[in-house]
Design a binder for this molecule. Structure first.
Ligand code: ADP
Length: 258
């Protein structure tokens, strides 16, 4: 608590009483703490790839390296690190845009097209790992209320994660079905899974179960925060069921247009 004392004086200037004001600042403190942590995280995430880029550039310049094979090898690393930076900044901008805007208008739209498109976009990535990417969706789902561009992002992020965190030759299923006035969407994989105590934390910005693995997969640690935010905009919550070594299932609900 924050505490303030305001004295009350009489006409002669003698203090005859006072008002004590207690204000609950725990929320404010928490917000401030989160903000500091966030800035610290962002700085760290930006610094890591930059340090590596500077290191390789300096090595080439300081040692006057002329061997094209070595230069080429270094340039590939520099390119990968700049791609990482670019992706990180894009994710951060997406998230801050989502956080800045208070209200959205949900439109009546159909999920089938979005599912077809996102599965197609990610099919190559699945093929590279020989992962079977399965669509388990009726021909025509009922109309639901949504912000189509945002829901497309949710499918991309969730399917991309399932492919990333599932070993080669695994399986990813994109499922949608009708129930209880809603369309229920599930993205399921038989991959690495998530320990129970971490299942809530994975939606925090920059939280990763295995930092090294996420990094090597090109992850920024922001994808699921974006998903959580978008699903919240759709008056739903994102659920996760998972067993380490067995796989994970992410689920959300969209309201059917009556
Ligand atoms: P990242 O860019 O690291 O993938 P996300 O916010 O998308 O960041 O996910 C946060 C963390 O949650 C990941 O680093 C990973 O540890 C875990 N995770 C997300 N999806 C899955 C999944 N389908 N299977 C196992 N772990 C997952």
């Amino acid at each position: 608590y924050d505490c303030n004392f305001v004295p009350i004086s009489n006409e002669e200037g003698f203090v005859i009483g006072g008002i004590i004001v207690f204000s609950d600042i725990t929320e404010l403190r928490k917000l401030e703490q989160h903000r500091k942590e966030f800035v610290g995280n962002v700085s760290h995430e930006l610094k890591t790839p930059l340090t590596s880029i500077i290191g390789y550039v300096d090595t080439i310049l300081d040692n006057d390296i002329k061997d094209h094979r070595i230069i080429n090898k270094f340039l590939k690393i520099i390119k990968a690190e700049t791609d990482r930076l670019f992706l990180l900044i894009k994710d951060l901008l997406d998230l801050s845009k989502l956080e800045a805007k208070k209200s959205y208008i949900l439109r009546a739209a159909i999920l089938n097209k979005i599912i077809d498109k996102t599965v197609l976009v990610l099919s190559e990535k699945a093929e590279d790992k020989e992962i079977e990417l399965i669509k388990d969706v009726p021909k025509l789902l009922p109309l639901v209320y949504m912000i189509p561009e945002q829901i497309e992002q949710v499918f991309i992020n969730l399917i991309d994660n399932s492919i990333k965190y599932t070993p080669d030759q695994g399986k990813v299923i994109v499922r949608a079905y009708e129930g209880d006035g809603k369309v229920i969407v599930e993205i399921e994989d038989n991959g690495f899974g998530i320990p129970e105590k971490e299942q809530e934390r994975i939606f925090e910005r920059f939280y990763r179960v295995d930092k090294a693995r996420s990094r090597s997969m090109g992850g920024t640690g922001i994808g699921l925060s974006i998903v959580k935010h978008i699903i919240y905009n759709h008056n739903s919550e994102i659920e996760v069921e998972s067993q380490p070594g067995q796989g994970s299932l992410f689920r959300f609900y969209l309201d059917i247009v009556k």
